[in-house]
Design a protein around this ligand. Structure first.
Ligand SMILES: Nc1ncnc2c1ncn2[C@@H]1O[C@H](COP(=O)(O)OP(=O)(O)OP(=O)(O)O)[C@@H](O)[C@H]1O
Length: 617
């Protein structure tokens, strides 16, 4: 739910105070002095001029002249000091707000928030505006404070010379205030409306620039098509922004004309009054300064207020993200999750990604005994990866429950659960970091020996040591050392082995989840990895997903998922004897190898296998 405006102001003020109290107070004090300086200058100028006209001696003039020199100095110096304090404040707020924003993002233990477009847009706007919105809020509020002080000083000044003029200027400024507020709301609305287009623009831009996409973009000749689509988005964004700018230009132009007419009328009155002896020459100068000062202060207040208002609207995205409840409920006192003894049980588990999506799992009952290997097989979209995401508690079942030795996963802290799990997902990550860091991310507390050990087990140690800088080689074409060494990129299968090594880093793991762990490996490598995995799995509980049925035949239990339901279960021999879907698929693959069919085992599976991630690299 959106945080109300007063709440946002409170949050922004608290942020400024927390970020840098000295800079915040300094900026406020400098703002007050900066607001008073022009008024003091105008008054002192009047005093000096009137004294000169009266023919007073230097002694009588000296205090006012000295004061004038000082206030002139203040008018020149204060803005610089104030800018320094505000910049200091801005940097500190930026640091603090990034910290809070990403803490809030990390508070969501599950995935659902990241897959909700609305939240995604809010997050993006919060991130993009977080380095500017709070700063604009605080700096804008300080500028308003300063302008209010100047306004008050000049209003009193003006009232002393011509009270009617005060009323005329204020009334003339009122429509401008209203217009600025409407405009700032409109700008925030436009910003929200164009966010999806901006996301698409970034997406197309990424496709045109990312090395991963460059291959297909060239192969299919997509460059111009993608460029056009990106430009289409930019044109749409520009149109929306231009419409608001035009509105602003029209209304602000009218307001500027009105202000000039009022100022010209005032000047005429002052000159005529001075000519007829109604007011002094000093009064004319102070009057002219006051009219300009009041108008400038009102303009500053109005435009700053519009900016503050707009920043408040944008800041609302930050407060929304920070206030959002975790996507999965985490109990205050989570149940302990000791090492797995009996097993993990899914009892009548139903799941869909949202109410708009179809059911993906429909009443799954499954027991994964401790120390055993359970293989999940089934056609594309059967729900295998979804099931393992539920095991990691990336989502909670909509109905039914999953228990870990009898403890409902909903009662556990997801962090405790994940500390007990090692996993390689089908869509594992390649990190643009060094080879060692790519593995170390599996357990940040580990040392170099553990990293090498995991690499050996995943069969990637030799590959890594052969790299230009061994484990310290940057595995990135984007972030290589500019002068010395271009980054190195690995093959799909090598990346996959690194992901395996990362999963092996979890020392306390009780459950090993392998979702297509060898999809990108050559036959020899696949054989080695599976031998190594079998040895490594040892007594560990593991869940293995693979479309290559030869790799799952040794599993203690093979489960065939079909349209979210368990269609068959048993050992390889039992399922073959049953003569159902598993037997059909297995025979299809085996025949492909045996007959050397031109369709081959891989092709015969193409109706059922996913296009693996590495295949796309
Ligand atoms: N984040 C998501 N949001 C919405 N739908 C999703 C999401 N992830 C998966 N799905 C849908 O859920 C269904 C099951 O997907 P899942 O990845 O679990 O299948 P799978 O059995 O692992 O398939 P594959 O063999 O192709 O990897 C698919 O229809 C997919 O479109």
């Amino acid at each position: 739910m959106a945080t109300p405006m007063p709440g946002r102001i409170r949050v922004a003020a608290a942020l400024a105070w927390k970020a840098h109290p000295v800079a915040a107070v300094g900026a406020a004090v400098l703002g007050v002095l900066g607001g008073l300086a022009p008024v003091a200058t105008a008054w002192l100028t009047k005093l000096v001029l009137d004294a000169l006209v009266r023919g007073d001696g230097f002694a009588a003039l000296a205090p006012a002249a000295g004061g004038l020199a000082l206030s002139g100095l203040a008018v020149i110096v204060l803005p610089h000091v104030s800018d320094y304090a505000k910049a200091q404040l801005r940097r500190s707020i930026c640091l603090l707000i990034y910290d809070r924003l990403f803490r809030a993002v990390n508070r969501h233990p599950g995935l659902s928030r990241f897959e909700t477009p609305g939240f995604h847009d809010t997050l993006r706007l919060a991130y993009e505006s977080s380095h500017s919105a709070p700063d604009r809020l605080v700096v804008g509020a300080l500028a308003i404070g300063q302008a209010v002080i100047t306004l008050a000083g000049f209003t009193v000044t003006l009232a002393a010379v011509n009270p009617l003029m005060v009323a005329v200027i204020v009334v003339a400024a009122l429509p401008s205030v209203r217009i600025q507020l409407v405009l700032s709301r409109k700008r925030a609305e436009v910003m929200w409306d164009i966010t999806p287009a901006m996301r698409r623009q970034v997406f197309y831009g990424d496709l045109l620039t990312r090395p991963e996409a460059a291959k297909e973009v060239r192969l299919f000749g997509l460059g111009d098509h993608l460029r056009e689509r990106m430009l289409g988005e930019v044109r749409g964004i520009n149109r929306a922004e231009r419409d608001v700018d035009r509105r602003a230009l029209r209304s602000q132009g009218v307001m500027a004309l009105l202000g000039s007419a009022v100022a010209a009328g005032g000047l005429l009155w002052a000159i005529l009054s001075a000519a007829s002896g109604g007011i002094s020459v000093g009064d004319v100068t102070v009057f002219v300064a006051a009219v300009a000062g009041v108008q400038a202060a009102l303009t500053a207040i109005v435009s700053q207020w519009a900016d503050v208002h707009n920043a408040l609207l944008m800041f609302g995205h930050y407060t929304d993200v920070v206030a959002a409840e975790p996507d999965l409920p985490v109990p205050r006192e989570p149940a302990a999750l000791p090492a797995l003894r009996d097993g993990i049980e899914l009892r009548d588990v139903w799941f869909r990604y949202s109410e708009e999506h179809p059911w993906i799992l429909r009443g799954v009952d499954l027991f994964i005994p401790s120390g055993r290997t359970v293989a999940l097989v089934g056609v594309n979209g059967a729900g295998k990866s979804t099931l393992v995401k539920l095991l990691c508690r990336m989502y909670d079942p909509i109905r039914g429950r999953i228990t870990w030795d009898g403890v409902d996963l909903r009662d556990a802290d997801p962090a405790d659960l994940r500390a007990r799990i090692g996993a390689v997902f089908q869509d594992y990550m390649d990190y643009d970091l060094t080879a060692a860091e790519n593995i170390l991310l599996g357990d940040l507390t580990a040392d170099g020996e553990q990293v090498r050990d995991a690499a050996r087990r995943a069969g990637v140690h030799e590959t890594v040591t052969a790299l230009p800088r061994g484990y310290d080689t940057m595995l990135s074409r984007l972030f290589g050392d500019r002068d010395e060494q271009a980054g190195v990129s690995l093959s799909g299968g090598q990346w996959q082995r690194l992901a395996l090594a990362r999963a092996f880093m979890r020392q306390r793991q009780d459950l090993l989840i392998l979702d297509e762990p060898s999809s990108g490996l050559d036959a020899q490598a696949e054989h080695e990895v599976h031998t190594s995995l079998r040895a490594y799995r040892g007594e560990r509980t593991s869940v293995l997903i693979s479309h290559r049925l030869g790799t799952v035949r040794a599993a203690d239990l093979i489960v065939v998922l079909s349209e979210g339901r368990i269609a068959e279960r048993g050992t390889h021999d039992e399922l073959m004897a049953m003569g159902g879907e598993y037997a059909r698929l297995f025979t299809l693959q085996a025949d492909g190898y045996a007959t050397g069919s031109p369709d081959g085992p891989e092709d015969s599976l193409r109706t059922t296998t996913p296009s693996t991630r590495s295949a796309g690299r």
